[in-house]
Design a protein around this ligand. Structure first.
Ligand SMILES: C[S@@+](CC[C@H](N)C(=O)[O-])C[C@H]1O[C@@H](n2cnc3c(N)ncnc32)[C@H](O)[C@@H]1O
Length: 746
């Protein structure tokens, strides 16, 4: 019998009869299920009696009154335990579950997994969980078969007790007809930042991408089994999300800390073993925790800690050890020495990850958040992007913070273990290296690139990671600094070098991407020169620009909070395609001055949203600038929009929105036909890029609100302009005329 036919013939109505008791559950449901999982009679031990029927519990000993219904054996060891119950019994929590748990922890059994089945449903637990890790109605078994057999089939247990948890090996069939090229652009996606344990609270990093946005992009632009690359990978959101949805992934970053974060987060471990190692370390730590001055001095003599390394000039102190009080140094040094004694490498790495995450709080740059409790602050390194010492030292318990981080890491690993484990580990390559040299990758080998590179001056990553890298014994070389794509920093890197490194990395991304595939490039830069560089470089390499989408990332930067109104907080995702015959972005000559175009665009976005934030305005202008080809002019004359905005619009401080000045209408000095033309070109071009038809009714609906200024044109006026610049194809779908057919493009 296979999983699909299992229980197909079984009438579940029988369970409602009072004659259907536990023994029927065993014979009619459990036995076929065990056979379908692959267990032979010899592997099924029924009603084992205990030599010593006691288990140790916190309050003493407990006698087991009954015996387990089934013990399943693999390679002469018990692999899991299963108890049958009658149909109306609770198998999710309470006494029944506790009873089977005691079987599982009994020294004569010792299995990680235990399960219960009452004929209606099946629940699977692991020793270290309170809730079932799997629960389903038996009539739905076909839908849960992959996951169930991934946990419990004999093949999932290697060497009996020494088993390594094995994933559901999903068979991935790539569709030959997956239409990569004609993917529409995604609309803005709401951020769900806290929902993923694998990212939230595990370890801080600079400007983390929101996981659900990254996942939605990967899902949309690639298919299962595809190879996804992020050459500026940071904390690993791209690679991890790619794995979570059954892609293979390559994570690359120059910062050794980035390699460490991803490697230690995804390395497979037995979670119970990790918990046990933590418990041992905690006990030993508490026995030796230095509290007096004398004890602190002794620990500092005995255990190594980083010292003498210079910090960047912008820091409040000169060397690394000055970032800590003596007590913090001694406690960290002791904890690290205990972790380094752990032999099992993945357990050690996971503990070091918790240590490194604890380090973020246990230092003198940690500052309190006024509104929240003292544990909810942050290191100035992540918040202000410099080593800024807090006004006063915040006394946090090292061991409590470490424990909290271990819990987060265990939850993160548990959330990922179906997808990232001993079997799938090799599907995710983690590399420390530079995006400017991807020579380890063959040309045309990647299916999708999602990347979020550094934004010029904002964050000198290597300088700011010194604290973590030093404690983790990770070295940063002079060559790393040379290759880092930033402006400024301790190495006074120039804008030219930044531009050059970005250029080289875009070239490399082009080389390794397959044809007819996409690259999504995140950018949160206010300077149009940079947009120009990206678009220009990408086009020169052969990419085709497919459209940019404004996308919030759920963070408000410190600068934004300080100077709201002049600094961007949003980001754009610019999408490119690698096609054999790329179209360049056409430059539009609309017969109006750039300043009029800018006013038009600002008014358009204000009209559309009934008031607009600085981010909405900036994003719209940059997108229009790119699409209509006046970005280079923006770069020269309109670097900062603040003067135009404050001269021509009102600012509603509370709502943080610009609006049309009171008692003023939208400017009407631009001929209405030109305004219509401007919006039409923009709309039709976007539809073309998205491969969507542009029907006349949709055109009207899209551009009418933007023309809202008291002079609303007749549909006929719009049609006249439309006929001038576009042709009607397929009955009622409009397309822009190509060069030569009309005169708006140069
Ligand atoms: C904006 S962050 C990426 C953050 C990431 N998206 C996340 O969600 O965590 C940019 C990253 O680029 C890395 N970087 C800078 N120069 C690099 C280079 N030449 N090659 C590879 N990575 C580089 C930095 O170390 C940093 O981690």
């Amino acid at each position: 019998m296979n999983a699909l036919t299992l229980f197909k013939q079984f009438d579940f109505e029988q369970l409602n009869s009072s004659d259907f008791k536990e023994d029927s559950v065993r014979e009619l449901l459990i036995l076929p299920l065990l056979q379908a999982l692959g267990y032979q009679q010899t592997q099924i031990v029924r009603s084992k009696t205990f030599i010593n029927p006691f288990v140790k519990i916190a309050s003493g000993k407990r006698k087991l009154q009954q015996t387990p219904d089934y013990l399943l054996k693999v390679a002469d060891n018990y692999a899991w335990v299963l108890d049958a119950k009658s149909p109306n019994e609770n198998i999710k929590n309470g006494d029944n579950v506790e009873q089977v748990y005691f079987y599982a922890i009994h020294p004569e059994v010792r299995t990680t997994f235990f399960a219960l089945c009452n004929g209606r449903a099946f629940s699977l637990f692991r020793q270290d969980t309170q809730e079932p890790i799997l629960y389903f109605e038996l009539k739905e078994i076909a839908n849960y078969w992959d996951i169930l057999s991934g946990y419990l089939s004999p093949n999932s247990f290697q060497n009996g007790k020494q088993f390594v948890y094995k994933s559901v090996t999903k068979i991935i069939e790539r569709q030959a007809d997956f239409d990569y090229l004609n993917r529409p652009l995604l609309e803005e996606i709401p951020v769900k930042k806290q929902a993923a344990k694998r990212h939230f609270g595990v370890h801080g990093y600079f400007t983390k991408q929101a996981w659900n946005i990254v996942q939605a992009y990967i899902q949309h632009f690639s298919q299962e089994g595809d190879l996804v690359l992020d050459p500026f990978g940071g904390s690993g959101v791209t690679a991890i999300e790619a794995m979570m949805i059954d892609r293979q992934a390559i994570h690359l970053d120059l910062n050794p800390m980035s390699f460490f974060l991803v490697d230690s987060l995804i390395c497979p471990v037995q979670l119970t073993e990790l918990q046990e190692s933590f418990d041992k370390i905690k006990t030993e730590y508490l026995l030796n925790e230095p509290k007096t001055k004398k004890a602190i001095k002794e620990i500092l003599k005995k255990y190594p800690y980083p010292k003498g390394l210079n910090l960047p000039k912008s820091s409040d102190v000169e060397t690394i050890e000055q970032l800590f009080s003596e007590k913090q140094l001694a406690q960290l040094a002791l904890l690290k020495s205990l972790i380094l004694k752990i032999k099992q490498i993945n357990i050690r790495k996971s503990l070091l990850l918790a240590f490194s995450s604890t380090l973020t709080k246990i230092n003198l740059t940690y500052h309190n958040s006024a509104s929240r409790d003292k544990n909810a602050g942050n290191s100035a390194i992540f918040a202000y992007y410099r080593y800024r010492i807090a006004n006063s030292e915040i006394n946090l318990s090292l061991i409590n913070n470490f424990e909290n981080k271990i819990k987060k890491i265990i939850s993160a690993k548990r959330e990922m273990e179906h997808k990232i484990n001993a079997d799938t580990f090799n599907n995710l390559q983690i590399i420390q290296g530079t995006a400017t040299n991807l020579s380890f990758l063959k040309k045309e080998s990647i299916d999708y690139i999602y990347t979020d590179p550094p934004y010029g001056k904002k964050i000198p990553y290597l300088d700011l990671s010194i604290m973590w890298n030093a404690w983790l014994d990770l070295k940063i070389t002079e060559q790393d600094y040379q290759q880092e794509a930033i402006e400024g920093g301790e190495h006074h890197k120039t804008k030219e070098s930044y531009n050059d490194l970005m250029r080289q990395s875009i070239q490399e991304m082009y080389r390794v991407l397959k044809f007819d595939r996409w690259m999504s490039f995140v950018f949160a830069h206010k300077d149009p020169e940079f947009w120009h560089l990206i678009i220009d470089t990408a086009e020169r390499c052969g990419f085709e620009y497919a459209g940019a989408v404004s996308q919030k990332n759920g963070q408000t930067s410190f600068k934004k909070r300080q100077y709201s109104g002049t600094v961007l907080s949003g980001q754009l995702i610019i999408n490119f395609k690698k096609v054999r015959r790329p179209k360049a972005i056409l430059k539009a000559n609309l017969g109006v001055s750039i300043s009029d175009l800018i006013m038009q665009t600002i008014e358009g976005i204000i009209a559309k949203n009934d008031g607009a934030t600085i981010e909405q305005i900036n994003d719209e202008i940059i997108i229009k600038g790119m699409e209509l080809g006046f970005l280079d002019l923006l770069e020269k004359e309109y670097k900062d929009l603040t003067p135009i905005l404050s001269d021509n619009f009102d600012y509603d401080k509370e709502a943080q929105r610009y609006t049309i000045k009171k008692n003023k209408k939208f400017t009407s000095h631009i001929d209405v036909n030109l305004r219509i033309k401007y919006y039409l070109v923009s709309y039709l071009r976007r539809m073309e890029l998205e491969h969507k038809p542009a029907h006349f009714d949709d055109i009207i609906l899209n551009i009418m609100p933007r023309l809202k200024n008291g002079i609303t044109p007749e549909n006929q006026t719009i049609l006249n302009v439309l006929e001038d610049i576009a042709t009607c194809v397929d009955e009622d779908s409009w397309k822009l005329k190509t060069q030569g057919q009309q005169n708006i493009f140069v």
